[in-house]
Write a new protein. Sequence first.
Length: 329
Amino acid sequence: MASKHPDPDLARTAAFGLGLAAVGRPGYINLGRGEDLPADRTVEAMRSRAHEVLDAAYAAGIRYFDAARSYGRAEEFLAEWLRLHPDIDDVSVGSKWGYTYTADWRVDAPVHEVKDHSIAVFTRQIAETRALLGDRLNLYQIHSLTPESPALTDQGLHRRLAALAAQGVRIGVSTSGPQQADAIRAALRITIGGSRLFESVQATYNLLETSAGPALAEAHEAGWTVIIKEALANGRLTDAHLAEQDQDDSVASEIAAKAGVGVDALALAAVAAEPWVDIVLSGAATAAQLESNVAAAQVRLETDQREQLATLVMPAQEYWTQRSRMAWT
């Protein structure tokens, strides 16, 4: 069945997008940030880095950019970049609400973000997002929806989301955790006036964590746009990390070497090859990383290689437990 994109703008985007989680704030859980970012992570330094990566992404053909209210100043940096390039009118912008950034630009903050899916937070955050991105906002997603989230049952919130959709902004969800599939299927069942409320999903899916795959395929079949985040498992699927773990002879390293690309490009290509995936996000923190990531577009995996890569899959609970232990740096 041919893909049904709910948003013509998203339908025109390339297979790869850029997520701004790593360049919108000084601290994040990606591995290797000490080497990726300027030693002095001031607002100005991070703004400059974000614009540099956005420039590289646009030059590489990327036309979808992803931010969130909790990504520090990511929306601000993106909005500034768009104003600096008034001739750019062929990109789509997505953002997310539901987490509030609380780190006050500190890497060592005890709490970096606070989750709240209430109507009050939605009302505040959509106003904040609109103030920065205005009518450049194409997609607004609930950030990290889980099966126990009140956003699944709050009909007052659903009406407000539907009102935003009536203004031309597509409504979606992002998911995290070992029960992503349950959250996706619950969101698929929500309707307003006989029509599905949500039209896209952004989920974690990679060579280590594939548990959401069947639910994402169902979402795609239902006409949702499927966006993949954390395809590199927060830096675990990179040459640098595998080398640190003395895993240079791993399956991923061997297949990547045969393809003449880095493990990062291989991991992104493997995700992009899934027939139900529409957009795969790069989370690059440097222009060099972005260049390495987009080499994925040239990788074509054979059936036997995909079977070998499938041996890397971990139990979902184990994957998310390991992720929860990663430090903000």
